[in-house]
Design a protein. Sequence first.
Length: 318
Amino acid sequence: MTTHIPREADWDQAPGLLEGAMDLELTAQQCNLRYWLQAVPQGTLRGRPDGHDPALKVGEHMKKGPFFDALTQEYSFRALAEEKATRVLSFLVANAPDNDTMEFYSTQLLDECRHSMIFRNHLLSLGIPEHRLVQAVDEFASPYRETVLVPLEDRCLEVMRDNRDFIGGVVMMTIILEGALAPAAELSERKWRPINPAAAEIDKGAGIDEIRHLTVGADVGRRHLLAHPEDKDRVVEMIREGMNMWDELPTHQMVYDREVRFQEGLTQYADLVGDYEIWPGRRLLDTTPQERQDTADQWSDDMKEKRLKYMGLEEALV
């Protein structure tokens, strides 16, 4: 008997994160627990318990120097971010108003916990001793753990735990957090593909999950606001405050620092990259840290605009 895997969860057929997150429409009713049990373990994760094909090995160029610095900083930050997302999502599960959204956010909680695990464990492939892994993650993610992750976590806990605000939590996850971070994950998959294929596959698998999180989250928000239009003004203001908060955090400096180290690696290992194009018509070797960051920012703006319009919240863009 052949198990049917939905296209958006199929490793070989799923769209890219940007395309899927902006163009697909999925609902919590579709993406319930039964959907997840069939589509994710038997589709996206089949043969990839660590997020990538086990046959893919990490090259020596990744175990020291600029590429090591860039990836350990990135994956440590993302491992902690996903860990914190897992913990705050437990309150969104608790506040879910019906079985479909409870089941969906339970699966998202497990997805985020798995992402944290695979980002963290990939550091072992880069040569970090297992007994130092937790300490190393904290060291590599510093200082942005305190200046970026803690303020975001505090705000999410205020909304989801203290205020028990379900729609507020949906908006925080869909627009403010995952919606802002997803384009950087897309950039990561593209730039690591010729250098560390295992990391690129880790990013691809996480991106397939994020398509589901972003599209279902947008639909949950849209349906709630259609049923409760009295919440719209409050949600619009929450989004504006969240975007202002994001702008005040040192996220751009964090990403730029990593891109500078990545650029040094490109110069040192240009032969590994060759004529690979990070996007059509643009060789990775010809890009700069600022160009890659600006491109990810533009992707983020485009995604945010499309999803807010879909949810009927375009006023938040003003």
